[in-house]
Design a protein around this ligand. Sequence first.
Ligand code: FES
Length: 59
Amino acid sequence: MNPDKVICSCYKVTKGDVARAVANGATSFKEVKKATKAGKACGKCKKKVKKLTKKLLKD
Ligand code: FES
């Protein structure tokens, strides 16, 4: 995973930001959204952020 890759272009949220949110205790997409804002605007990134969150929680 490239942590610098932007996953939500609306808020410039990177994969690393999502990973940090999970490391800080987020256990769902909803909580990642709250922590990073990813998915709060157009919603286009939702699927990707959800998938990454799931993956990070599993690892
Ligand atoms: S790309 Fe994430 S809300 Fe638009």
